[in-house]
Design a protein around this ligand. Structure first.
Ligand code: DUC
Ligand code: ZN
Ligand code: ZN
Length: 452
């Protein structure tokens, strides 16, 4: 036995148990009330600590060309930050180049990720282009082990409704899952032109150009196409109140619609865009009003939200400053991969959500929905992706304590009660009491198959 964690409190969606956990090599080998120390090479007394599965962040944009630059965390910095926040698997969006086969997209991005990733990673492919018969490379990607894809309804690379329907139909035929960034592109464009023409360039107008209904309409439309194609749909970064109701209604009608939300929507409201540093919070969709935030928390507790993920896509301050006087020049995105699990667990400590729910949303559900059979659960045979968490440790987030390459964080000054002490990735210690102790290139590409 390589590692024995004794006397900890193990948490799953089903409850808490006081138990010992043994690791052999990269796998969990036993979970039992009492495991004899025997010849264990290393024993940790976890009395008073929580023993948790490593979190899965199903939504990151690492080293992504976007907004006239490249997001500032490469695969090493992003996964290093993940490890230090108790996240042991990240799903990155591999953006198809125009004219590129989807398998080639995966190979091209994996050539960057493989030598750098410090924890395990997977790809969703973001589809931009269906010219010729590129749609058929979707099946090839599924066969390769990448069965999840994303379409954007916004940006200049967003797909048309016609293409989205075709992609959903192909996904049904191949057993793939389609995620969607749902906002109404035309309404945004018209409001942006109007505000700029009126001389309104501050970050507040980023929010006003993409308010609640801009997202809700697109949620409804995307679900409409999924219903037509008779296939499941995963809505990324759901941030608006009406969207929650729309998802709930679709589910009641028998559709499989998953909804992801992000910690930034649970912590911040659109009021951040009135701050002098409002541009640092510019992401799309933007933070919404208090009513949406309240509804997201309620939806978590009602079971409407399936997963929490971060949309981690940081940009340096000087890049955010490009949009000081014109919000359309601000690269969209914020850091969060290091903050998701500690934030959600701290909220559980406050009683806003249960610890069990946090494990369901951050670990078990992303593993189940996206076909990571070896992840998300502390059980014999699973990867030894483990977080030792101290529910009593106070932690205030400051940029200098973060492990991203970004020079600022929207989470600056947020106080947490409880923080990870250690993170293990496939049995290897990668984070220890404030320090990254892992290795660039340790992370492996997860090839996946979705469960029918
Ligand atoms: N939104 C962001 O804020 N950043 C990356 C991509 C996206 O859709
Ligand atoms: Zn998005
Ligand atoms: Zn995103």
């Amino acid at each position: 036995m390589d590692l024995l964690i004794k006397n900890g409190t193990l948490i799953s969606s089903q409850g808490k148990i006081k138990a010992d956990l043994a690791v052999d090599g990269e796998k969990i080998s036993a979970v039992a009330q009492s495991i004899p120390t025997g010849s264990a090479k290393k024993v940790i007394d976890a009395d008073g600590l929580f023993v948790l599965p490593g979190a899965i962040d199903a939504h990151t944009h690492l080293a992504m060309p976007f907004g006239g630059t490249i997001s500032s965390d490469d695969y090493f910095a992003g996964t290093r930050a993940a490890a230090c926040g108790g996240t042991t698997t990240v799903f990155d969006f591999a953006m198809q180049d125009f004219g590129e086969k989807l398998t080639d997209t995966v190979l091209r991005r994996n050539a960057l990720a493989a030598p750098q990733a410090a924890v395990d990673y997977a790809f969703h492919v973001a589809i931009k282009d269906l010219r010729d018969d590129l749609i058929h490379s979707l099946r090839e990607a599924v066969d390769f082990g990448v069965p999840s894809f994303k379409v954007f309804m916004v940006y200049d690379f967003g797909v048309s409704d016609g293409d989205m329907l075709q992609i959903l139909q192909e996904a049904r035929a191949c057993g793939a899952l389609i995620s969607v960034h749902a906002e109404n592109r035309e309404v945004i464009a018209s409001r942006v032109s109007q505000y700029l023409a009126e001389g309104h360039g501050s970050a507040w107008y980023h929010y006003l150009s993409r308010p609640e209904f801009v997202e809700a309409e697109a949620d409804e439309r995307a679900i409409r196409w999924a219903r037509e194609a008779d296939t499941p749909l995963y809505i990324v970064h759901l941030a608006n109140r009406e969207g929650v109701k729309i998802v709930e209604k679709a589910r009641a009608e028998g559709l499989t619609v998953y909804a992801e939300t992000c910690p930034q929507y649970l912590e911040f409201t659109c009021d951040v865009y009135k701050r002098p540093d409002g541009r640092n919070f510019v992401c799309s969709p933007p933070m919404k009003g208090q009513a949406s935030q309240d509804e997201l928390w309620a939806a978590i507790n009602r079971g409407v939200i399936s997963t929490i993920a971060t949309d981690h896509c940081p940009f340096q301050s000087y890049e955010k400053d490009w949009g000081k006087d014109d919000f359309t020049k601000i690269p969209n995105g914020c850091a969060g991969v290091e903050n998701m699990f500690p934030y959600m667990l701290s909220k559980a400590g406050e009683g806003r959500v249960s610890y069990e729910k946090v494990i369901e949303l951050c670990c078990e559900n992303p593993a189940r929905i996206f076909g990571c059979q070896t992840k998300g659960v502390l059980a014999p045979g699973k990867d030894a992706d483990i977080v030792l968490y101290d529910p009593q440790q106070d932690f205030t987030i400051t940029q200098d304590k973060m492990h991203s390459d970004c020079d600022h964080t929207i989470w600056e000054g947020v106080s947490l009660h409880g923080y990870p002490l250690q993170t293990y990735s496939r049995g290897r210690l990668v984070y220890d009491r404030g320090s990254f102790v892992g290795q660039e290139g340790w992370g492996k590409l997860l090839k996946r198959r979705l469960q029918p």
